[in-house]
Design a binder for this molecule. Structure first.
Ligand SMILES: [Zn+2]
Length: 481
């Protein structure tokens, strides 16, 4: 089965065929760096991460671009309130964003363009729109004339005829009923001057509209036509609709070919809203002792196009699931394999691993169905544990162990659970030295047949979460939480 994505543009599942064989260009709308991202925003960045990782898993060479919006009404408002420049205001939020992405195990994009670095290209794009009769000046600002772009509305399917044509909207965010000409460039206001958010242009001093920023950053980094454009569903209108109008209007070519949108996150069954007091950032959760790997697991349990209900009960279950998966991996890893197996034994884990990899790929090819992909992982974990439990009768061979481990780790390269949990649990060197010393003392006690003492040391280790397994190759230990 080919790799398929649900394309918002066509409202259909489509086979993914990149523009250039073997290579993918993808752009995802990043955050406005004016506040701590809430957990709903983080779901979108997580979704982009899984998409990015899976495209690489499928062998594509991916260029992944995620922008940071560092000039708009919100960033200017924030800088004004604090009495600092735009850059001084946004910089700490950019740092915070990267801390949050790391805590969620999100791998880095190739480029994180910032809007303020692309202003000359924005001016150029607006000039092209003017030349093609798609932009006009009014009150020192420049607007896109939607009546001159017949395809306006093709992504969001807004009813253009019901819109108030010829009327203008200056705000960056507006409702679906507000189908009006939108601002490409905004005349400078005194507050823009105060925070250093003003650039000189042929139309006078001003600053860019939000939508033109993404058209320009994506096309500058990926070319005028590129493969995938993603973001949260709330961006379909007006942001992405306006991006298409500006880009295709100026170039006369298709802009992004596949549009992927991730759904909202509900908090305890309700939409997150400041008025309901249910808005959480990842930071808030980490401070409550929640691990990034638990949040990641919870996100994986739902398809990206489904609303996900975020509860603390579900988070606790996710933490337990990650722990169990990690234990399985550690058990397998520390298992001393039989090097010279009985040739009559069937290498059962090879079959299991191949089946798991096949099921994982089928699920992910089906528009990134992560919840089904997780069940493939659990089937593999179940078989591995069953095989380890029956040890005495038909020992696991080295090849069998390695193949099963490799399958788990390859899948984890996309899901990113075990690698993140390992990082969260990184053993500090002091603990490690202590464990080594205690394990050696226990070995000594066993050699002296002082089993009471050996058991006491094992209990001492267990108290600090260390499990010791005795294998033919000697004792192996792991942290069990
Ligand atoms: Zn955007």
């Amino acid at each position: 089965m080919p790799l398929q994505f649900y394309n918002t543009l066509t409202r259909r599942l489509e086979e993914f065929v990149p523009l250039h064989e073997g290579r993918v260009g993808m752009y995802v709308c990043g955050p406005t760096i004016y506040a701590t991202p809430h957990i709903g925003n983080m779901r979108t960045f997580f979704f982009a991460d899984v998409l990015h990782r899976y495209l690489e898993y499928r062998g594509y060479e991916v260029k992944f671009v995620m922008n940071l919006t560092d000039v708009d009404g919100k960033t200017i408002g924030g800088a004004l309130r604090q009495g600092v420049s735009l850059q001084e205001y946004t910089e700490p939020f950019a740092r915070l964003l990267f801390e949050n992405l790391d805590a969620l195990g999100v791998e880095r994009a190739d480029v994180y363009p910032r809007a303020t670095h692309y202003v000359p290209q924005m001016v150029e794009l607006i000039r092209r729109l003017e030349e093609r009769g798609l932009a006009y000046k009014a009150d020192g600002s420049v607007y896109f004339d939607i009546s001159e772009f017949p395809e306006y509305g093709k992504l969001s399917r807004v009813d253009v005829s019901a819109g108030r044509r010829g009327e203008r909207v200056a705000a960056d965010e507006y409702e679906k009923g507000d189908v009006r000409d939108f601002a490409l460039w905004k005349a400078a206001k005194p507050e823009d001057e105060r925070v250093g958010a003003v650039w000189d242009t042929p139309w006078g001093p001003g600053r860019p509209g939000w939508h033109i920023e993404c058209s320009v950053m994506s096309m500058s980094e990926l070319g005028e036509t590129f493969d995938i454009h993603g973001g949260g569903v709330d961006l379909i209108f007006p942001h992405h609709e306006d991006e298409i109008a500006q880009s295709e209007g100026a170039t006369g070519r298709p802009f992004a070919r596949y549009w992927l949108h991730s759904e909202f996150l509900l908090m305890g069954g309700e939409k997150m809203a400041k008025s309901l007091g249910n808005v959480y950032s990842l930071q808030d959760l980490l401070e409550r002792g929640v691990r990034g790997s638990s949040v990641r697991y919870l996100f994986l349990t739902a398809h990206y196009r489904s609303k996900l209900n975020f509860t603390f009960e579900a988070l606790a279950a996710s933490a337990e699931a990650v722990r169990r998966l990690r234990n399985t991996r550690d058990r397998l890893r520390s298992h001393a394999a039989v090097l010279h197996p009985d040739p009559r034994d069937t290498p059962r884990l090879q079959e299991t691993a191949a089946r798991a990899l096949g099921a994982f790929r089928a699920a992910m090819d089906d528009d990134l169905n992560t919840s089904v992909a997780l069940s493939a992982v659990w089937e593999l974990a179940r078989d591995v544990n069953a095989r380890l439990d029956e040890l005495g009768r038909s020992p696991i061979t080295e090849a069998e162990r390695d193949v099963a481990l490799e399958a788990l780790e390859r899948i984890d390269g996309v899901l990113g659970l075990l690698s993140l949990a390992d990082r969260e649990q990184a053993v500090d060197p002091e603990l490690s030295a202590w464990v080594e010393e205690r394990v050696a003392a226990r070995q000594q006690a066993r050699r002296e047949r002082d089993f009471a003492r050996a058991d006491a040391i094992r209990a001492e280790l267990a108290e600090r979460g260390v499990v010791v397994e005795d294998t033919p190759a000697g004792p192996r230990w792991a942290i069990s939480t």
